[in-house]
Design a protein around this ligand. Structure first.
Ligand code: GUN
Ligand code: ZN
Length: 431
C-alpha cells in the first residue's frame, strides 16, 4: 500500500480573497484531484495529470462529489449543544433562562466529555472539521473538549469562558482564578497536537474591569494565543455595557482599555457598530465573526459582511450554537446570504463558501494550516453531494455552471449533503 492518497472528483479552491474578488478568486476543476501525503495536501490539479504523476497513489474516486476544505466554524459554544432551539427570548433573558443553568452542568467532567463528544460528532457529520468553542468557567470543560478533539484528530480552538459578575453562583470565577486557570490551561494545551488555546472573557457585562485587566495581562504574556469575546450583538446589551462602563467611549473600548484589542482578537456578532469602533477594528487588524442563524434566532440585527470586508476587516463565519439554530455551515451560509440581502449585498456563492472555509481560517490566522486545499495545508476535507435531496437534485439538474450547481446545496443542504469527511488525511465519515 502506498502512503499517498489521490482524491478525485470536482474540486474548488481559492487563489485569492473571494470577499474582495468574488468568483474570480475561485479555481474549479470538473475532474480535479487532491493528493494527500502524511496528513497534508501534497499536490492538486487536474485528475488525469495527477494520476500520471503519482501512479503509486491509492485513488479514492469521489465521483460527482465536490471536494472542498472542511468547514471552519469560527465561533460556537459546545456546552450549549443540548439547548439548541430553545424558544422565545432575547439575549440577556436567553442567557439567564437557558444558557447559564445548562453551562452549570459542565462542572462534572464526565458530563463535559459527553457534551464535547456529542458536539464534535455532530460537527463532523455536518462537514465541519474545525470548531472554535467557548467552554465554561470549569477547567475540566476545556480538558474535555481538547481530549475529545484529539481522539478525533481534529484541529480545534477553545478556552475557558471567564465570568466574575452578572452570572449565577457556581458559574463565576475571580480575576485571579480566571488568570491562573487560563494560564495553566495554556501551558497544558496550547500547541499540543492540534489544540490551540483561546483566551476567552465571555463579554464585558460578565467581567469586572479587574478581570478584563487580568486577561489582558495574560494575553500580553501569550501573544500567540487568540483572544475571543462578544461585541455589540444586541441593542439592550449595548445599553447595559454603557451603564456598567460609564467612562468607556463605546463597547469596543471596554476591551481596548484592558489590552483586549489586537490582531489576534476575534469578536463575535459585531452588529451595531459606532464609526470609531469600525475604524479601530480596521486599524488594528482584528477579526470579526458573523453568526447569522444566531442573529435571526435571537433577533439581534443585520451584520454587514460586505461593509466589513470593504474596510479590510477579516470576517469569519460561525454557527454560534446554541444561540445559532443549526450545526450546519451550509445552513449558516444560507443565512449569511439572506442577511446579506437585507444588508443590500447579494453575497456570491464563492463568497459564502470562502467565509465558511478560508475566510474563517484567516480570521483565526490559521490559513497556513486549515480552511484551504493549498499544498502544505493539513488535509481536512469535506466532500459534498450536490444532489442530496429530491428538491436540491431537480434544481441541480438544470444548473449551467458550478455556481448554479452549488447554490441549491448552500441554500437547502444539510448533513445529507455531506458525502464524506477527512480529518488530517484520514476518512472519518462516508468512506
Ligand atoms: N453573549 C454572551 N454570551 C453569549 C452566548 O453564549 N451566546 C450568544 N449568542 N451571545 C452571547
Ligand atoms: Zn457566542
Amino acid at each position: 500500500m502506498s502512503n499517498q492518497t489521490l482524491m478525485i472528483g470536482q474540486t474548488l479552491w481559492f487563489d485569492s480573497d473571494a470577499m474582495q474578488n468574488g468568483a474570480d478568486a475561485a479555481r474549479y476543476h470538473r475532474r480535479g484531484g487532491i493528493l494527500i501525503d502524511g496528513g497534508k495536501v501534497a499536490d492538486r490539479g487536474d485528475a488525469d495529470d495527477l494520476r500520471k504523476s503519482y501512479p503509486q497513489a491509492d485513488v479514492v474516486d469521489c465521483g460527482e462529489g465536490l471536494i472542498l476544505p472542511g468547514f471552519v466554524d469560527a465561533h460556537m459554544h459546545y456546552p450549549q449543544t443540548r439547548m439548541i432551539a430553545s424558544w422565545g427570548k432575547r439575549l440577556i433573558d436567553w442567557l439567564n433562562t437557558y444558557t447559564f443553568p445548562e453551562e452549570m452542568t459542565l462542572a462534572d467532567p464526565a458530563e463535559a466529555r459527553a457534551r464535547a463528544d456529542l458536539t464534535l460528532d455532530l460537527a463532523l457529520a455536518h462537514g465541519t472539521t474545525t470548531q472554535v468553542s467557548y467552554c465554561t468557567i470549569h477547567p475540566c470543560s476545556v480538558d474535555a473538549f481538547f481530549e475529545s478533539a484529539a481522539a478525533r484528530g481534529m484541529r480545534v480552538f477553545a478556552g475557558k469562558t471567564c465570568m466574575d459578575r452578572n452570572a449565577p453562583d457556581g458559574l463565576r470565577d475571580t480575576p485571579q482564578t480566571a488568570y491562573d486557570q487560563s494560564k495553566e490551561l495554556i501551558g497544558k494545551w496550547h500547541g499540543k497536537g492540534r489544540a490551540e488555546y483561546v483566551i476567552t472573557p465571555r463579554f464585558s457585562p460578565t467581567s469586572t474591569p479587574e478581570q478584563l485587566e487580568a486577561l489582558g495581562a495574560l494575553w500580553a504574556e501569550h501573544p500567540n494565543c487568540l483572544m475571543q469575546t462578544h461585541l455589540s450583538e444586541q441593542t439592550d446589551e449595548i445599553e447595559w455595557v454603557k451603564s456598567l462602563f460609564p467612562n468607556a467611549k463605546d463597547y469596543l473600548e471596554t476591551y481596548e482599555q484592558f489590552g483586549l484589542l489586537g490582531e489576534r482578537a476575534l469578536y463575535g456578532h459585531v452588529i451595531h457598530m459606532e464609526p470609531r469602533e469600525m475604524d479601530r477594528l480596521a486599524e488594528v487588524g482584528a477579526a470579526v465573526v458573523h453568526c447569522p442563524t444566531s442573529n435571526t434566532f435571537i433577533g439581534s440585527g443585520v451584520f454587514e459582511a460586505a461593509k466589513m470586508a470593504s474596510r479590510g476587516i477579516r470576517v469569519g463565519l460561525a454557527t454560534d450554537t446554541g444561540g445559532g439554530s443549526s450545526f450546519s455551515m451550509l445552513r449558516t451560509m444560507a443565512a449569511a446570504y439572506e442577511i446579506g440581502q437585507l444588508a443590500g449585498t447579494a453575497l456570491h456563492p464563492a463568497q459564502l463558501l470562502w467565509l465558511a472555509t478560508e475566510g474563517s481560517a484567516r480570521a483565526l490566522k490559521a490559513e497556513d494550516r486549515i480552511g484551504t486545499l493549498a499544498i502544505g495545508s493539513e488535509a481536512d476535507i469535506t466532500v459534498l453531494d450536490l444532489a442530496s435531496t429530491p428538491a436540491i437534485a431537480q434544481r441541480h439538474a438544470r444548473a449551467k455552471d458550478i455556481w448554479e450547481a452549488l447554490f441549491p446545496t448552500i441554500m437547502m443542504g444539510d448533513d445529507r449533503a455531506i458525502k464524506s469527511v477527512w480529518v488530517n488525511g484520514h476518512p472519518v465519515t462516508g468512506e
